[in-house]
Design a protein around this ligand. Structure first.
Ligand code: HEM
Length: 367
């Protein structure tokens, strides 16, 4: 497809954008947004509908600003200690087993613990939170499979109740967590109770399975597909942040995103009328030969000056949790190198049965 140009128009469906330059331009174009002209939601049944990821300014700006302090550097430093502790606990029990499922025993419980902390979910509700989170994450950034819709709706309702109870508690007894932060904003009329619950849900959905996939994809790519790069990383664990970036570029957990033209836009020589939907293929843009040398090679030491991958998107919706996800990936890789240097995949991985997320449901490994 790429040889035919940076935009591909299939017989049916929206134009597909394949180039890094064009995707970046569209993500920064104020005439192109998440919602239909006039502000109606384009996919009201999506689990993320009504959360700020699918809003345009000014509501997007207002709500993102309220959640952003949860990701400020001082708090991130505190989270690191917690991430390291959870990582070590999980990996020590995994090592004792000898053989285990990298996804269910490690990659999945880690981000759930981190988001629980961030939001301030008390330990006694941790299982309820994780169970509902898993169900909701079945349909992130896309529409769910029909059979699961009822269970997903029940999960959303139960999480809503949990968040509402916690808001009540935090109003009386504020702490250093996101629910307290947002509850304080609610008391000043900067966020409604409904928006507050939805923002908590967004952090859970956006930060959970995406990070699971980062860790699962990293393990498979490094230990199984590219052992020479794994050896390089073991020799120099300080390459871990670069390994995280290369995994994100090569196998983006969120492989595409959509946008909608809110007015007529000229794109690569075509005039697109308002309401035209665009599909931005991050997975293709991340391997654009105009942006990356040897784009199909998985290399920890990439040439300086190459642009950042688009796996965290770009523009105003750039992933708010990117520093946290990067930290989780780095801590996970460093700990895996130290505690399980002979880690290897021992069975057939089970890919996720969806195209909205790229990663594994199961990855059998031995240490
Ligand atoms: C937005 C990817 C982890 C919170 C996004 C978007 C992408 C993305 C692609 C933008 C979608 C678009 O432009 O349409 C990822 C990946 C992650 C990750 C690949 C892990 C490797 C996290 C974490 C959190 C988080 C850990 C928080 C706990 C968010 C939020 C947004 C977002 C709140 C909405 C930002 C906005 O609309 O302004 N993420 N994410 N993400 N992400 Fe992440």
């Amino acid at each position: 497809l790429r040889a035919r140009g940076p935009v591909h128009q299939p017989k049916q469906g929206p134009p597909l954008l394949l180039s890094h330059r064009l995707c970046s331009e569209v993500l920064r174009d104020t005439r192109i947004g998440m919602r239909l002209p006039g502000g109606r939601s384009a996919s009201p049944n999506n689990t993320l509908s009504g959360t700020f990821i699918e809003y345009d300014p000014p509501d997007h700006t207002r709500l993102r600003r309220l959640a952003a302090p949860a990701f400020r550097p001082r708090l991130l430093r505190d989270y690191r200690t917690r991430i390291e502790k959870v990582t070590l606990d999980l990996l020590h029990s995994a090592v004792r087993k000898g053989e285990f499922d990298l996804v269910t025993d490690f990659a999945s419980p880690l981000p759930i613990a981190v988001i629980s902390d961030l939001l301030g979910i008390p330990d006694e509700h941790a299982d309820r939170f994780a169970r509902n989170g898993r169900l909701m994450a079945e349909s992130p950034m896309g529409t769910s499979r029909l059979g699961h819709q009822r269970a997903i709706n029940a999960a959303i309702a139960d999480l809503g109740r949990l968040f509402a109870d916690l808001m009540e508690q935090r109003r009386a007894d504020p702490r250093d967590d996101v629910i307290s932060l947002l509850t304080a904003a609610e008391s000043e009329d900067r966020i409604t109770a409904d928006e507050l619950v939805k923002t908590c849900g967004l952090l859970l959905i956006a930060g959970f399975e995406t990070t699971v996939n980062l860790i699962g994809n990293a393990t498979k790519l490094l230990t199984d597909d590219h052992p020479a790069q794994w050896a390089l990383l073991k020799q120099d664990p300080d390459l871990a942040p670069r390994a995280v970036e290369e995994v994100l570029r090569y196998a983006p957990p969120v492989p595409f995103a959509s946008r909608i033209c809110q007015e007529t836009v000229d794109l690569d020589g075509r005039s697109l009328p308002p309401k035209t939907m665009l599909m931005l293929l991050f997975a293709a843009a991340n391997r654009d030969p105009e942006a990356y040398a040897e784009p199909d090679q998985f290399l920890l030491e990439r040439a300086a000056g190459e642009p950042e991958h688009l796996s965290f998107s770009s523009g105003i919706h750039y992933c708010l949790g990117a520093p946290l996800a990067r930290m989780e990936g780095e801590v996970a890789l460093r700990a895996m190198i130290e505690l399980m240097p002979n880690l290897r995949v021992i069975g057939e991985p089970t890919p996720r049965p969806t195209n909205v997320l790229r990663g594994y449901l199961h990855l059998p490994v031995a240490v």
